[in-house]
Design a protein around this ligand. Structure first.
Ligand code: ATP
Ligand code: MG
Length: 296
């Protein structure tokens, strides 16, 4: 399966051999954290560049709107490197403990209390040489992420304040982050942080590639209807570009939901539930409905 997936992308024989060579690594305890293929690229260099950047030891920032396949792409990268991936989801309550670990009270076999340290995802990924996936990196509080500055630059190390130890990254450790720019609750990514990444833009899939994706992932099997959903997506995205509807109106995730629903209810109602009613603004809702009514 790996060779078939690798063959899709324009990468050098050297990198191909490097990736194939990694497939025999035994990850035992962390096997389940290795991703699966399932990302369809709008442009194959998007995947090959991400692979190359990671192979060169760069941190990769996947930048794109919600439901564009960023998490799927990160999973694919983990799959192709045959490397487990630990994930952290950023939110305002993400703190140093959630990243690095915390101390807890436990009992020995002799029932003696002792304080043990439970390492967090960053420490585990660094020591084991895994990938660290930092989702919605711009949702974190401004003071939290600078903890990672040293992890993300040439030092590749962090002083864990809870243990007093300096954690150094193992050879294969790599960071993949994802960002939705411009959404409510997000803040522009701190420049020093952004500066530590190579940016890969992940746009919404369109045209034949989108049709293929819908065929593979949706419960709706009626090809005529699926083609209309592809047209709907195109028209919605042009409204997004014109600024008439919010970017999430073009989300492939919502489109997939609409297709799934349309396998059991009339398509217009499916579109209302999966796309229209998520939009806040009444004018945006009307704009989407108008487009949908010309197609279904
Ligand atoms: N290019 C793509 N290839 C494969 N699946 C995709 C693609 N684009 C969207 N999807 C599908 O759409 C859904 C959303 O994808 P995913 O969760 O990866 O998006 P995301 O960019 O991580 O979104 P968010 O920013 O909201 O986390 C999934 O069900 C996924 O299968
Ligand atoms: Mg995601």
């Amino acid at each position: 399966m790996i060779e078939k997936e690798l063959a899709k992308y324009p990468i050098s024989d050297k990198l191909k051999h490097q990736l194939l060579g990694r497939q025999s690594t035994n990850h035992e305890k962390f096997k389940e954290n290795i991703g699966q293929p399932g990302y369809t690229a709008p442009d194959l260099t998007l995947v090959s560049d991400a692979l190359l950047a990671l192979a060169l030891g760069k941190n990769v920032l996947l930048k794109g709107p919600t439901g564009a396949g960023k998490t799927r792409l990160a999973e694919l990268l983990s799959f192709l490197f045959h490397q487990p991936m630990a994930a952290i989801n950023c939110s305002v309550d993400l703190d140093a403990e959630a990243l690095l670990g915390y101390k807890t009270l436990s009992y020995t076999k002799e029932n003696q209390p002792e304080i043990t340290f439970v390492p967090g995802p960053v420490e585990v990924a660094m020591r084991q040489g895994h990938f660290l996936y930092i989702d919605e990196i711009n949702m974190a509080k401004a003071e939290t992420l600078p903890i990672l500055n040293g992890v993300l630059d040439y030092r590749r190390q962090v002083l864990n304040p809870f243990t007093g130890e300096t954690v150094r990254a193992a050879q294969d450790f790599g960071v993949i982050a994802a960002i939705n720019e411009g959404y409510i609750g997000t803040t522009p990514l701190n420049e020093a942080l952004k500066n530590r990444f190579v940016v890969i833009e992940v746009p919404y899939l369109q045209g034949d590639a989108l049709l293929q994706l819908l065929k593979e992932q949706s419960l709706l099997k009626d090809e005529t209807l699926l083609k209309r959903f592809v047209t709907l997506s195109r028209d919605l995205l042009s409204k997004v570009k014109e600024g008439q509807i919010a970017e999430e109106g073009g989300s492939i995730r919502s489109l997939l939901d609409a297709c799934d629903l349309a396998s059991v209810i009339p398509p217009l109602r499916a579109i209302k539930r999966a796309i229209v009613d998520k939009l806040e603004d009444e004018r945006e809702q009307t704009a989407v409905l108008d487009i949908a009514e010309t197609l279904f």
